[in-house]
Design a protein around this ligand. Structure first.
Ligand code: IMP
Ligand code: MG
Length: 177
């Protein structure tokens, strides 16, 4: 069973606000937005179109896989698609669908700050949903669309077993047994 909790109109309004905030903060700076696949693809598409930054904005994607005992949010994180843009001398904004335990975002921030290539000038995070009270690893999100409602969410890019990503709103999903 699924119940609408954030309407497409509410999402659109909030994404526009985030776009304004980000545009203000990165004015005059060279910015690269990196979306975390697959979940962030719709959010990323709307967010970049709400930016008011003249030029010097580049867009790329990264994909990570996490393996562990549970099907998500645990265990070892490995890179399955790296970014291809040059991050040297640029400011990086990571765009995520949900930050939950924090392991993915903590891994990503570390990867860019301490990883194999020259670190960007800064690494910040923009997440559509922040389930802050579920953190296992402390990681800060500089831009948050919505503080995390309880439960498992789908729609607007978020999936359950690759389903529901196409829904324009965000739904709370209850699994029937
Ligand atoms: P973390 O590493 O525990 O922060 O996990 C973050 C990832 O778990 C997100 O990028 C999502 O892919 C997934 N995730 C966490 N909660 C949800 C949810 O409610 N719906 C769909 N995916 C979720
Ligand atoms: Mg994700």
């Amino acid at each position: 069973m699924k119940k609408l909790i954030i309407s497409p109109e509410d999402i659109a309004r909030r994404v526009k606000e985030l776009g304004r905030e980000i545009s203000r903060d990165y004015q005059g700076k060279s910015l690269v937005l990196v979306g975390v696949l697959n979940g962030a693809f719709i959010f990323m598409a709307d967010l970049v179109r709400s930016l008011d930054l003249p030029e010097e904005v580049e867009i790329d994607f990264i994909r990570v896989a996490s393996y562990g005992k549970s099907s998500r949010s645990s265990g070892t994180i490995t890179l399955s698609k790296d970014v291809e843009v040059d991050l040297a001398g640029r400011h990086l904004l990571l765009v995520e669908d949900i930050v939950d335990t924090g392991s993915t975002m903590a891994w990503l921030k570390d990867y860019f700050l301490k990883g194999p290539r020259q670190a960007p000038l800064s690494v910040c995070c923009c997440t559509l949903i922040d389930k802050e009270e579920r953190r296992k690893i402390q990681v800060n999100c500089e831009y948050v669309g919505f503080p995390g409602p309880d439960g498992f969410l789908v729609g607007y890019g978020l999936d359950y077993a690759e389903q529901f990503r196409h829904l324009p709103g965000i739904y709370h999903l209850t699994l029937e047994h």
